[in-house]
Design a protein around this ligand. Structure first.
Ligand code: SAM
Length: 344
């Protein structure tokens, strides 16, 4: 039987359902927890254009992934809206059979001018990153002088374009923006937007991560719940990474992504494609599997399907569960790929 006919599952019986596509490793922001300026400075060697997968290559791969069971696509980066004419890629992806959901994660800087075109091309949803409502805190974090108001405008423009429900991601780092948790919760209650708090993660090797910097999801929920009582909500679908909570007074819902304190490797159905065409089976991957080479040297769709299928069926990754057990010991983990390279 060919691999395409098999229900594809990895060594922990996890199916392949989601593909995150990084369309560029570049970003205009220098968020201190992701692309710190002292590492990603003027001399940093970003990928040259010819090494990026073209829209045609990305769409071809997405079609192969759809044939292996992928139902959801997310465009990310780097900052995906830096890739010119991204709506053209969206339109190509929207035409792939079996894909039921196409989403985008963005810092919002270019979103207001693009939201209508993206929605018209077939984008379903956006997630916008915003780590504080306080300009001083936010600008220190994005290290690019970018003001809060423009991100809020972008969120409103996305909602107007029908890219709803818009989700807002806030990474919480102790001593940096934890004081922004309650103001953010207050602002987005009753708004129809879904605010999600992300535990600061040890992705890559450049952000100087320490466990002490993590504000746990439990702490965040308890802080907000004391102000506005919360009740847990059922996951929207199997394998959802955010744990959902609802305000008891009808103020809407929030989510927490607790990949450090409550890892969800067991339910992880995601693959990630880096901008230069490497397939990673874990956000904390050390090495990718090159798909650009085979793509550019004439591999057939069937050969690509076999290659990806065999990578997935051998997949053993459960980094976050293992990290949680190791945390506290003086044990150094292997060098990991940067999030800006494979996409968050
Ligand atoms: N540039 C886009 C953006 O800002 O949303 C997409 C790429 S960014 C890498 C995707 C998401 O990853 C953002 O919400 C960002 O805040 C989050 N992120 C980056 N580094 C992180 C870290 N160390 N821990 C937790 N989340 C992180």
């Amino acid at each position: 039987m060919a691999i395409a006919d098999l229900p594809l599952a990895d060594t922990l019986a996890r199916p392949l359902r989601d593909l995150r596509i990084s369309v560029t490793d570049r970003c205009q922001f220098r968020c201190t927890y992701c692309m710190p300026r002292d590492v990603f400075g003027r001399d940093f060697a970003f990928l040259p254009r010819e090494q990026l997968l073209t829209f045609e290559e990305l769409a071809r791969l997405a079609r192969v992934f759809a044939g292996l069971g992928v139902r959801k696509l997310r465009l990310t980066g780097g900052e995906p809206l830096l890739r010119r004419d991204l709506e053209k890629l969206v339109a190509m992806l929207a035409g792939i059979g079996g894909i039921g959901d196409i989403a985008l994660t963005t810092n919002g800087a270019l979103l207001a001018g693009k939201a209508q075109a993206l929605a018209a091309a077939g984008l379903h949803r956006v997630t916008v990153s915003l780590d504080s409502l306080d300009d001083t805190v936010f600008m220190a974090l994005n290290d690019a002088g970018f003001p809060v108001a423009r991100v809020l405008d972008a969120i409103a423009a996305a909602a107007d374009a029908g890219l709803a429900p818009v989700k807002v991601n806030m990474v919480v780092r102790r001593g940096v923006n934890e004081q922004s948790i309650l103001p953010m919760a207050a602002h987005f209650r009753h708004s129809g937007y879904v605010l999600r708090f992300i535990e600061y993660m040890d992705v890559g090797t450049t952000n100087g991560w320490r466990l002490d910097d993590v504000v746990s999801a439990a702490e965040i929920i308890s802080l907000i719940g004391r102000q506005w009582p919360l009740q847990p909500a059922e996951p929207a679908y199997h394998g959802e990474v955010a744990r959902r909570w609802r305000y008891r007074d009808g103020g809407g819902e929030i989510g927490v992504i607790a990949s450090v304190t409550q890892p969800f490797c067991r339910g992880c159905t995601r693959a990630r494609l880096s901008a230069d065409g490497n397939l990673y089976t874990c956000l904390f991957g050390v090495a990718g599997h090159d798909l650009r080479g085979p793509l550019r040297t004439g591999s057939s769709d069937q050969a690509l399907r076999e290659q990806i299928g065999s990578i997935w069926t051998r997949r053993t990754d459960r980094y976050s569960e293992q990290r949680t057990r190791q945390t506290g010991r003086k044990q150094q983990v292997k060098p990991k790929v940067e999030m800006s390279r494979i996409g968050g």
